[in-house]
Design a protein around this ligand. Structure first.
Ligand SMILES: *Cc1c(COP(=O)(O)O)cnc(C)c1O
Length: 375
């Protein structure tokens, strides 16, 4: 039986990624196709240049996906067998897998109140084998890079950033992905800038790492075209780059819209004491958040999720509800009680370009009704 609800708000609308500007995309498909421009062509180069000037770095390369990008960035930073890399347990398994496939050991630690890696937990996990910190700029918010940078400096560690969710997010005016030796961004369809399949970018901290990444993503070929090292095949399809390039033109508006939706959620739910909301878009001057996700903490999370569903509202628990350290099949033995507790409480509300102000009003009305607050 389907229940009639006042409104339906999907958590994410995949067809809309395409249909939002279908004619434009079809035109690009035709134009790029007729040029036969499939691998490492001008659309990719142009997209890399646009990304670079937006982020404030010349060292950007399109890659097949962010997971590959992270793996290559970890290797390019010289991390390998015997090394430990500290990361937040509240991240995608891809962050840890990048470390694993470089031959090193991922060490998950707790996050803080903002759901980002806790610098104090990082410091407590440092051992003589620690070689790097891998902060995830989760939900579109950049980690406290002053604190992490100070730790890295003090202990001689590299920083490799998982900026998969954070294109355009900033800490003290500096873009996520530009703080460390390397970083990766994802263009998975549900990301703020998404393509029609897998896609990603890597950012190098300097020219030397850029050259290593350049070779790693394309069979070890150097800029001159000669094979100079062992490499992978992890190129961003030129066609995907062309689709991304056209969407990137109004990326600033997309970010502003997402921030406006976050502002509206904060306005409507700020007084609900059973919830912990993400930091608001104007809550502190150091952070510029792009709101890849709107991840709240909620009392009676499971019942709230069902109540929202019964009222037509889609929600999602990030990573299928499993933190990295909870994945026992992968051999993790850490005990992280703060993260365990968070994973019983966290929930993502719909926030994307198809969500209207009225949708947010409705979602908040349902949440308020659940906890017995006046609309
Ligand atoms: C999406 C995501 C990834 C993986 O990105 P892909 O492009 O799908 O490989 C890695 N880390 C985080 C935090 C992500 O959200």
């Amino acid at each position: 039986m389907t229940v009639q609800t006042a409104r339906a708000v999907a958590f994410f609308n995949y067809p809309d990624v395409f249909t939002s500007r279908e004619n434009e995309f079809v035109e690009i498909f035709r134009e790029v196709g007729r040029r036969g421009a499939f691998i490492l062509q001008r659309d990719l180069v142009e997209f890399e240049q646009c990304l670079g000037s937006y982020l404030g770095t010349p060292h950007v390369l399109g890659v097949a996906n962010a997971t590959d990008g992270l793996h290559m960035a970890v290797r390019a930073a010289g991390i390998g067998p015997g090394d430990e890399v500290i990361l937040s347990s509240h991240t995608m398994i891809a962050t840890a897998a990048a470390v694993h496939f470089a031959g090193a050991t991922p060490v998950p630690v707790d996050c803080g109140a903002d759901h980002l890696i806790d610098p104090a937990a990082v410091e407590a996990a440092i051992t003589p084998r620690t070689r790097a910190i891998m902060p995830t700029h989760l939900n579109g918010r950049t980690c406290n890079m002053d604190a992490l940078g100070a730790l890295a400096g003090k202990h001689g560690l590299a920083i490799v950033e998982d900026a998969a969710q954070a294109l355009g997010s900033k800490f003290k005016g500096r873009a996520a992905g530009t703080f460390g030796a390397g970083a990766a961004i994802s263009f998975y369809p549900a990301k703020v800038l998404g393509c029609f399949g897998d896609g990603g970018a890597v950012i190098a901290g300097d020219k030397e790492i850029y050259n290593r990444l350049y070779q790693l993503r394309d069979h070890g070929r150097s800029v001159e075209g000669a094979i100079e090292s062992w490499g992978l095949n992890s190129r961003l399809d030129n066609l995907q780059a062309a689709f991304l390039l056209t969407q990137f033109k109004d990326y600033g508006d997309v970010v502003e819209r997402r921030r406006a939706l976050a502002r509206l959620y904060a306005e409507r739910l700020g007084d609900v004491s059973e919830l912990v909301l993400p930091p608001g878009p104007d809550s502190d001057a150091d952070h510029f958040d792009i709101y890849q996700n709107y991840e709240i903490e909620a009392e009676w999370r499971g019942v709230l999720k069902q109540f929202l569903k019964d009222n037509g509202v889609g929600t999602l628990i990030q990573w299928g509800g499993q933190a990295v350290h909870q994945m026992k099949a992968l051999g993790f033995t850490q005990k992280l009680e703060k993260t365990d507790r968070l994973f019983e409480r966290m929930l993502m509300l719909p926030l994307n370009m198809t969500v209207t102000d009225e949708d947010v009003e409705y979602v908040c009305e349902v949440v308020r009704a659940f906890y017995g607050y006046k609309a």
